[in-house]
Design a protein around this ligand. Structure first.
Ligand code: KPL
Length: 332
């Protein structure tokens, strides 16, 4: 790693600031690995490493095949459970790239050791986990993001970037505000992650992305089809109604969205990703737990809290839960 630039150190008397010198990634799946490669591809004064909660420290070779077909292999430091307390105490930014349903438990297990001025960035499909974790952050900053960068695992430590995609990052600007991400770290993220943008108020954009996932993910998983097949007329009503419910719930939650705009967006994504198998379809095919609770389940739960009926999302949620029940052990 390069040493911290003078600009960062000038006038710094706070030992904590001097001690926070790394960017830590929690979750080494396809997106975590892609972000790692992107952070390492540009000059970066911070050391970038992974936290590995259930194994020993190790240095592993990570390979990326980018969209142009170029191959890069980098040695990445994985800090194992015996060493991560010290590593976390030096972390300036923790990027959480685990599945939506793992966010709360993953974060709770590292928070006691995380530097008190570290910032946390959650990057996952769906919405909701930030509501569960925000009260445990002890004054640390929280940002949220969503990415449609395509990243496919060719092998455990070899990913292929399958699509350029957009990454939208930003701050929470609702009732609960947290300290902002430092300009230095924000610039590092925006310079490293191609096609990324920062929004002062990220929640409306997360709701927009949720509308796409609410429609496409469960239907492709239930009907075991590629995204493109949802352009058929027979899915039009259910897509319209599921998105209409989301618009109503978001509105009651203080976020105004246009149904017509979102429907247009859903059909654009269906066309642009026609050959893709959605993440939920893939989860079901591989008999993995899906993110439905953070997608349709979030609309249902927020709807309940705000006294709005969401029968279409409820039905989609139930159908996915029934599929999962065939292969997942019953919840404790
Ligand atoms: O985000 C996606 C997903 O599969 O989770 C879409 C946009 C639907 C692309 O497949």
């Amino acid at each position: 790693p390069m040493s911290l630039p003078n600009a960062t150190l000038a006038g710094t008397t706070n030992c904590n600031q001097l001690a926070t010198q790394s960017i830590t990634i929690l979750g080494a799946g396809a997106i975590g690995q892609l972000i790692y490669h992107q952070l390492q591809a540009k000059p970066n004064p911070f050391e970038v490493n992974f936290i590995s909660r259930d194994s020993d420290s190790a240095s592993l070779a990570l390979t990326l095949t980018n969209i142009e077909g170029e191959i890069t292999t980098l040695n990445a430091q994985f800090i194992g459970c015996n060493d991560y307390q010290q590593a976390l105490s030096k972390s300036a930014l923790l990027i959480v790239c685990v599945k939506a349903y793992q966010v709360a438990s993953a974060l709770n297990s590292v928070l006691p050791f995380l530097s008190s001025n570290a910032h946390i960035l959650l990057l996952h499909n769906g919405m909701g986990p930030h509501i569960d974790v925000i009260s445990s952050l002890n004054g640390r900053g929280l940002s949220l993001g969503t990415t449609s960068q395509g990243s496919l695992k060719m092998a455990q430590w070899h990913i292929q970037q399958t699509g350029a995609g957009l990454t939208q990052l930003g701050s929470l600007n609702g009732d609960v505000k947290t300290p902002p991400l430092s300009p230095l770290l924000k610039n590092i993220l925006l310079n490293s992650i191609k096609n990324s943008e920062w929004h002062a108020d990220i929640l409306p954009l997360l709701w927009q992305k949720l509308a796409v996932n609410v429609a496409i993910n469960p239907l492709t998983a239930i009907h075991q089809c590629a995204n493109g097949e949802l352009a058929a007329d027979k899915y039009r009503d259910i897509i319209n109604c599921a998105v209409a419910e989301l618009v109503e719930v978001a509105h009651a939650d203080g976020i105004n969205l246009s149904h017509a705009f979102l429907i247009e967006r859903v059909y654009q994504v269906i066309a642009l990703t026609a050959n893709n198998l959605s993440s939920m379809h893939q989860d079901v095919c591989h008999q993995r737990k899906t993110e439905v609770n953070a997608i349709n389940g979030f609309v249902v739960a927020r709807g309940k809290a705000l006294r709005i009926d969401t029968p279409y999302n409820q039905q989609l949620l139930k159908q996915i839960q029934q599929i999962e029940a065939k292969y997942l052990p019953p919840a404790p």
